[in-house]
Design a protein around this ligand. Structure first.
Ligand code: C2E
Ligand code: MG
Ligand code: MG
Ligand code: MG
Length: 288
């Protein structure tokens, strides 16, 4: 290290040494977070949160699973703080498996209680491309007596563009179990739309960036209208992501069948809390 330092100084400055030190610190922090995550998954520190997806009348018709991590020192962490790390370290496999287990356990319970509610689960590229993904998912459904009809898998466009043959084969198999597929962050992927006709896609989620500016920006409004029309012509379910204001909701209420998800209707919250309300609302419907 000493020699390297002298060499760097000789080379004309401290720049690269400083950079190396920062790199070292960054690598160390990442490594320790990775160790924490590995241990945390085993120790039961992941939490399943759900966010409602509502129709034009604000009624919940389904929910999206959004993972959280209750870190012993850092507190409750959102997925942007650890999903990338999980992807790169291979921990996305146990993490993704955990989320699927939890979601399917709820699906089984909700069916048994006579109050089924479809749940969408985010699937990352590595997870979907792991060799036994389909078989494992089938086993999870069976283990929890959950119906594939209640499960939607969300992918970004990047996932469906790699290894297309394998994706077609896998989606075909899972479709046979009733599982449906959604394109997340639709409109941000720089890709051609041809996959919409080659793959069994059932839903488009219009990215929050378009939704939030649609009421005031004519460009965003035009793109939203185009996406709604693609969805309607191809008979796809459509969900507007990140609806925060009544003005934004008004854009989508005009379109029959468009669903909405966003803080205006409910923030992500622990699954038990949201589903306890869902179940008790059902009792109220049937009672007195
Ligand atoms: P996403 O799938 O696009 O999820 C939507 C994100 O927008 C969520 O962030 C949600 O909390 C947030 N959101 C919802 N409504 C609003 C709103 O009205 N305003 C704003 N500003 N944001 C809103 P979150 O929970 O932090 O998740 C971020 C991303 O992490 C997700 O984006 C998804 O790509 C990924 N992710 C979450 N859970 C999982 C998981 O279990 N597995 C994998 N592979 N990825 C996950
Ligand atoms: Mg999503
Ligand atoms: Mg999204
Ligand atoms: Mg998004």
């Amino acid at each position: 290290a000493d020699t390297a330092l002298h060499q760097a100084k000789d080379a004309g400055g401290n720049q690269s040494v400083f950079f190396d030190a920062r790199m070292g610190q960054w690598v160390a922090e990442r490594f320790s977070l990775e160790q924490d995550l590995r241990r945390g998954i085993e120790a039961g520190e992941l939490r399943l949160y759900l966010q409602p997806q509502v129709d034009a009348h604000g009624r919940m018709v389904s929910a999206e699973a959004l993972v959280r991590w209750q870190h012993p020192q850092r507190g409750l962490m959102g997925p942007v703080q650890f999903i990338g790390l999980a992807e790169e370290s291979g921990l996305i496999e146990p993490l993704g498996q955990w989320v699927l287990e939890q979601a399917c356990a709820w699906l089984g319970r909700l069916r048994t209680l006579g109050r089924p509610l479809p749940i969408s689960v985010n699937i990352s590229p590595h997870q979907f491309h792991q060799a036994d993904f389909s078989q494992r998912l089938q086993q999870v459904l069976q283990r929890h007596e959950a119906s594939g009809d209640d499960l939607m898998l969300e992918f970004t466009e990047g996932v469906v563009l790699r290894q297309v043959e394998q994706v077609i084969e896998r989606m075909g198999f899972l479709s046979g179990l009733g599982v449906r597929f959604s394109i997340d962050d639709f409109g941000t992927g720089y890709s051609s739309l041809s996959y919409l006709k080659t793959l069994p896609i059932h839903e488009l989620k219009i990215d929050r960036s378009f939704v939030q500016d649609a009421p005031h920006n004519p460009g965003d409004a035009a793109l939203v209208a185009a996406m709604l029309s693609v969805a309607s012509l191809m008979q796809l379910r459509v969900v507007a992501e990140g609806v925060e204001t009544e003005e934004q909701a008004a854009v989508f209420r005009r379109h029959p069948g468009a669903l909405m998800q966003g803080y205006l209707f409910g923030r992500p919250e622990p699954a038990e809390a949201l589903l306890a309300r869902w179940l008790s609302a059902g009792e109220a419907d049937h009672g007195a």
